[in-house]
Design a protein around this ligand. Structure first.
Ligand SMILES: Nc1nc2c(c(=O)[nH]1)N[C@H]1C(S)=C(S)[C@@H](COP(=O)(O)OP(=O)(O)OC[C@H]3O[C@@H](n4cnc5c(=O)[nH]c(N)nc54)[C@H](O)[C@@H]3O)O[C@H]1N2
Ligand SMILES: Nc1nc2c(c(=O)[nH]1)N[C@H]1C(S)=C(S)[C@@H](COP(=O)(O)OP(=O)(O)OC[C@H]3O[C@@H](n4cnc5c(=O)[nH]c(N)nc54)[C@H](O)[C@@H]3O)O[C@H]1N2
Ligand code: SF4
Ligand SMILES: [Mo]
Length: 866
């Protein structure tokens, strides 16, 4: 039987059709994706196996009963509260919890424990957007809908690598542009990303130059007489001050002609959507960037109408739901304000809460600082991996260890955060759990189970509710099922609506269990009486007391000077999700980019003495990382980029957040994850190697990065001292103590090749040399588990029957760079032709920017040769 559910990755929130032991497919009826999925969604079936799962509560490394585990949590939290007060405990939760989980956690902390020390990884993600929305609109409201992207004539993507991070929305945008070629796309990003590649105009802005650019835009809007005076008079305050601040131009690092082009496009197009994401939010001036963007839409009244508006793209599947339940330390519930006494008493009454929090709690960075300072006596981490994803991650891991009692709820046993915690609680994961998520366009969708519950795992909401009961609040946490939690949340939103808030789903408060099970994707608001339009603010109706929006006077920051250091920008790659605990298990997703890397401009690389494919040591006073060098003019000189995904599980020194600064935006408390100062030097290893094994390898050399493959595991390694015994070294790295070894050493060139067979079957292969080794990696990986002669293995080249694939470009159809090059040489010179020959790009299409790049570079080479 097929189950309709929702993808657990990005905020696009695609509908998925799933059943056990079958590849998933896109739900043609879901309004977010209409059947499309990206590479990560397509690979979901490969990530739900039980390998590495946490299947029972574990205390100090030993399995314990739920009764013991939950009793202990209740006891330790109660003891801390008794001895040190409610603010001595904290929850750190996640936009990957379902709304029901999130609601119960927030209720327990804010209404019953009586502290607001619950913060979420959304602090690292959406906090600046939330703050910007609240300042401008009086509420955290996303006015628009996805269809606005299709209806717009100009789409501006600011600090968003949509092609990789929200691929299905990007595909919808591409399709709309193909249908209406006059539609224009502008990308504002210091890096030339895959998204920028498809844009009509790419503005490689100076980091944090965004507020200056949007101030320029506001001034130009005014200069051209494009202020929508009628709208502003009726619905907006603050125009004068905003214009005055925008009157003084500040540098944004762009040439004047490019600025002029952008201003002209924006001013001369009425239907414009400005989407923004982490290049805006994750900055020391993120909230101001948000308001500089909102100012332009408010001044022109281009908001809440079809094809128009600002659009803050959410990252996680339930980032939006988390904001609805009030999961941030400075929010209450249902978009009510913690600092508003009226709101607090309404919630107190609804919850019959014994002890309401009455002041904001600690925001993520401060929360972990309080852990380090010994102020937090009990900490519960749920569905997030802060030892990897928080800035200054080494210090955060240490801070977690400092807390006397730490609990983590996760689906997996071995995460970096779990290693710092006392008690591990096994949660049910995607495919097993049931509840709702809200995507970027405010659409609530069901996640439905289609797999049995593994081991003793329990749903997050049920774990939290049981702790609530054991702490003494039996009635308040007596939820029979997730539908009951949802109904309570929906009913509370009705209370919020009476307080004049935007978030109202009271129309869903009476769903029966079976209605809830069958709930179709639903865009809020859903008031109990009457209908609401899908978009907000076309006719005003803002949530400040006077019903008006606010334009803010924004003073752009002085752009940071990193001196002789480089500015480290961080972000995502196409086929991995955050700390890779799930995507890292799908072999096809690890084949696109298999190592932690540093993208660096050719000028800087030359100055520093870095070579392509060599290793870079990246350092500052927070920490250190060793990363593979990728020389590229896609980054600006003086800047470098590294992905955030590698952890202690997958790399020996690839945790980039060890280097990332904990400086925060003063308004939102969101850290500036895109702007750290680092020193970069070449790391010269004694030897470099590549290994493919049937056994699980661990990253245990000075440099090592391991990834899952179809045949087992692969690893890139490097070491200091030349091993005396290469066979022993190879066996250790390959994790193959037994089996027959064949070793070839070329002492003169320092090259070593080791193959390990079990009978006729190849179990592992290892290549090492004094420089990064050039072997056909995909071919070696493919040979594992096959009957193949040692000599052929040790040649390090694919057999005649297996042409080299090269690095995987199309993860869905398993097509490599070399496959594509051969097809291009054979005459397939367009994306559709390449799709026909190789299959590449024919499933999710998120690799099409890379295929296009390969086509362009091949035709450039051809032109140069002619
Ligand atoms: N493949 C994949 N997709 C994901 C995720 C994932 O882990 N993997 N995670 C999801 C989550 S939680 C999130 S929050 C989203 C994030 O989605 P995005 O925000 O699109 O992704 P990032 O790569 O973090 O950063 C976006 C871009 O900001 C640019 N940038 C850096 N500094 C500046 C600046 O000062 N100004 C401007 N204009 N741009 C700047 C960076 O160069 C980068 O290309 O992705 C979601 N989707
Ligand atoms: N340098 C840098 N750092 C960043 C960012 C950046 O751009 N640059 N981006 C930031 C952003 S936007 C985000 S959103 C964060 C993301 O960072 P994290 O939230 O730390 O990353 P994940 O790997 O998604 O962690 C989710 C954890 O929950 C577990 N899990 C999965 N499903 C369930 C479940 O149903 N229940 C429970 N209890 N656990 C589950 C997973 O195994 C995993 O351990 O990273 C932030 N950090
Ligand atoms: S775009 Fe991809 S990751 Fe995002 S929800 Fe859709 S399938 Fe999942
Ligand atoms: Mo995020």
């Amino acid at each position: 039987m097929t189950t309709c559910t929702t993808c657990p990755y990005c905020g696009v929130g695609c509908g998925v059709l799933a059943q056990p032991d079958t590849p998933v497919s896109g739900d043609p009826n879901h309004p977010a994706n209409f059947g499309r999925l990206c590479s990560k969604g397509t690979a979901l079936g490969d990530t739900v196996g039980l390998e590495g799962r946490l299947l029972a509560p574990r205390l100090g490394g030993k399995d314990v009963s739920w009764d013991h585990a939950l009793g202990l949590v209740a006891e330790k939290f109660l003891a801390a509260i008794r001895n040190h007060g409610p603010d001595s405990v904290a929850f750190y939760v996640s936009g990957q919890l379902l709304t029901e989980d999130y609601y119960v956690a927030n209720k327990l902390m804010k209404g019953f424990i009586g502290s607001a020390n619950i913060d979420t990884n959304s602090r690292l993600c959406m906090a600046s957007s939330v703050a910007g929305h609240k300042r401008a609109f009086g509420s955290d409201t996303v006015p628009g809908q996805y269809e606005d992207f299709e209806q717009a004539d100009l789409v501006v993507l600011v600090g968003s690598n949509t092609a990789w991070c929200h691929p299905v929305l990007f595909r919808r945008l591409e399709a709309a542009k193909a249908a209406r070629p006059n539609m224009k796309i502008v990308v504002i990003d210091p890096r030339r990303t895959a998204t920028a590649k498809s844009a009509d105009l790419h503005l490689a802005i100076a980091p944090d130059g965004d507020a200056a650019l949007f101030n320029r835009l506001l001034a130009e809007i005014s200069r051209r007489g494009l202020i929508n005076q009628e709208y502003v008079d009726a619905h907006v305050e603050g125009l004068g001050a905003a214009l005055e601040a925008a009157g003084t131009p500040h540098p944004c690092g762009l040439p004047e002609d490019e600025i002029a082009q952008f201003l002209d496009m924006w001013c001369s197009t009425e239907k414009v959507v400005t989407l923004y994401s982490q290049g805006v939010n994750q900055s020391y001036c993120g909230s101001d960037k948000v308001n500089a963007i909102l100012n332009c839409h408010l001044a022109t009244g281009r908001i809440g109408r079809p094809g128009m508006g600002p659009f803050s793209m959410t990252g996680q599947p339930n980032a939006m739901g988390g904001r609805e339940v009030g999961g941030l330390a400075n929010m209450l519930a249902c978009h009510l304000d913690l600092e508003n006494a009226g709101h607090r008493s309404a919630v107190r009454e609804f919850w019959a809460a014994p002890r309401m929090a009455d002041k904001p709690g600690l925001k993520a960075v401060d929360l972990f600082q309080a852990c380090a300072d010994g102020k937090i006596k009990a900490l519960w981490v749920m569905s997030t991996n802060p030892a990897v994803s928080m800035p200054e991650a080494d210090q955060v891991a240490e801070a977690i260890r400092t807390v006397p009692f730490t609990v983590v709820s996760d689906i997996l046993a071995g995460t970096d955060t779990n290693k710092c915690c006392d008690l591990l609680l096994p949660a049910t994961g995607w495919g097993e759990k049931s509840g709702t998520v809200t995507n970027s366009e405010r659409c609530i969708s069901r996640q439905r189970p289609f797999l049995p519950t593994p081991g003793e795992a329990r749903p997050d909401w049920a774990i939290i509710a049981e702790v609530g009961r054991r702490m003494g609040w039996a009635e308040a946490f007596d939820f029979a099922n997730e539908a009951e939690v949802f109904r309570e949340h929906a009913a509370l939103s009705g209370v919020a609506a009476h307080q004049g808030r935007d978030f109202d789903i009271s129309g869903l408060a009476d769903l029966s269990d079976s209605d809830y099970d069958a709930l179709a994707p639903t865009v809020w608001p859903v008031p109990a009486d009457g209908v609401s339009p899908k978009r907000f603010f076309a006719g005003g109706g803002f949530y400040h007391a006077d019903g008006k929006a606010r334009m803010l006077a924004i003073t752009p920051p002085v752009l940071a000077d990193h001196g002789t250091a480089l500015r480290l920008n961080t972000g995502r790659v196409r086929d991995q999700w955050h700390t890779m605990t799930r995507t890292g298990r799908a072999p096809q997703l690890g084949a696109h980019l298999a190592e932690p890397y540093l993208e660096i401009h050719p000028e800087d690389a030359a100055r520093i003495g870095l070579e392509e494919a060599g290793l870079a040591e990246v350092k500052n006073n927070h920490g250190r990382a060793l990363l593979r060098v990728l020389v590229s003019d896609k980054v600006r000189a003086g800047e470098c980029f590294a992905p955030m995904h590698w952890t202690g599980e997958t790399a020996s020194q690839g945790r980039v957040n060890a280097l990332v600064t904990g400086v925060v935006d003063p308004v939102s408390g969101q850290p500036a994850l895109k702007g750290s100062s680092v020193g970069v030097t070449p790391y010269v290893a004694g030897w470099y190697g590549f290994a493919a094994s049937a056994a699980q390898m661990s990253p245990a050399r000075p440099y090592a990065a391991v990834a899952r493959t179809k045949t087992g595991w692969r690893a890139e390694v490097a070491g200091h001292k030349l091993p005396q015994d290469w066979e022993g070294e190879a066996r250790q790295i390959l994790n193959l103590p037994d089996g027959e070894a064949s070793v070839v050493e070329d002492a003169a060139r320092g090259l070593v090749r080791v193959a390990i067979h079990r009978g006729p079957v190849l179990a592992g292969v290892f290549f090492a040399g004094p420089a990064p080794v050039a072997v056909a990696r995909s071919a070696s990986v493919d040979q594992i588990g096959r009957e193949i002669a040692p000599l052929q293995v040790l040649a390090g080249v694919p057999g005649a029957d297996q042409p080299a694939k090269g690095a995987i470009v199309c993860a869905c159809m398993d097509v490599g760079r070399e496959d594509l090059r051969r097809a291009i040489a054979g005459g397939a010179n367009t994306i559709p032709l390449l799709g026909e020959c190789t299959g590449a790009g024919t499933n999710c299409g998120s690799c099409t920017p890379e295929i296009q790049e390969l086509l362009d570079s091949t035709s450039n080479q051809r032109m140069a040769a002619e």
